[in-house]
Ligand binder design. Structure first.
Ligand code: IPE
Ligand code: IPE
Ligand code: MG
Length: 244
């Protein structure tokens, strides 16, 4: 009962730094180390896909200095870690609107995505300038264009064909969603994909999220009963009580 796909909102870097009377940037740097740890923990736990929310489409509204620092940190982390990740069988992908990033950053993203891997042990999707609503609108536009060009019949659009135009396609949906930092909200992360994902919220701040904290989330997930609309008796395979 291990989730195939885990999606994480990595929240709490700023508060972690504040507790230590340090600037927010200090928390973001510590957050990069936590990313490393959770990637290793996923490989050990045999999770197949990890999707990390690193920068939302709304995070551009932060102070200019913080945004600049995050972009810089992101570029440095990519340049430093991408090769080693590929060597360890970690395939990197980015989801989100890339046009707003610098040419250097876009080049580093494209380069790390095209790294040759001997075997894929884990796929890591990094959501940057990502918004769940953007993703859905993007898919709607692609389908509308195809319909206008006469390539598809609008009446034939269904959930399966819609999903193929979302940025996580063709990966499986997240089984487990984790949000660190104590807030109980989605913040415009994977809106479509979370329809039946198990949600897990922890007060642990992202820089403190280690393998033990990750294992606690996996244990909780293992105890959940995923019913997908059915009754408990149906999914557990036990004979139905005749008390309808
Ligand atoms: C998450 O930590 C990192 C990003 C959103 C980039 P925050 O920076 O949101 O940390 P808090 O929520 O202020 O503690
Ligand atoms: C969500 O965290 C986005 C990321 C972790 C990248 P925020 O800190 O931006 O979310 P809100 O603003 O508290 O909802
Ligand atoms: Mg936050």
């Amino acid at each position: 009962r291990t989730p195939r796909h885990v999606a994480i909102v990595m929240d709490g870097n700023g508060r972690w730094a504040k507790q230590r009377h340090r600037p927010r940037a200090f928390g973001h740097r510590a957050g990069v180390q936590a990313v490393r740890k959770v990637i290793e923990a996923c490989i050990r736990a045999k999770v197949e896909v990890l999707t990390l929310f690193a920068f939302s489409s709304e995070n551009w509204s932060r102070p200019e200095g913080e945004v600049r620092h995050l972009m810089d940190l992101f570029l440095r982390a990519l340049r430093k870690e991408a090769r080693e990740l590929a060597g360890n069988g970690v395939r990197l992908r980015f989801i989100g609107e890339r046009n707003r990033f610098s040419p250097e950053l876009r080049a580093a993203m494209a380069e790390s995505e095209s790294a040759a891997l001997n075997e894929v042990r884990l796929t890591v999707n990094i959501a940057v300038n990502y918004g769940g609503r953007w993703d859905i609108v993007n898919a709607a536009q692609a389908l509308a264009r195809a319909a206008r060009a006469g390539l598809i019949d609008p009446d034939a659009i269904d959930q399966t064909s819609f999903e193929q135009h979302l940025s996580l396609a063709p990966l499986p949906e997240p089984d487990l969603f984790i949000r660190t930092g104590g807030e109980a909200r989605i913040s415009n992360f994977l809106l479509w994909h979370l329809a039946y994902t198990e949600l897990y919220f922890t007060p642990v701040l992202w820089p403190d999220f280690d393998e033990t904290a990750f294992r606690a989330a996996l244990n909780e997930f293992a105890q959940r009963e995923r019913r997908f609309g059915k009754t408990s008796a149906q999914v557990s395979g036990k004979p139905e009580a005749a008390n309808v």
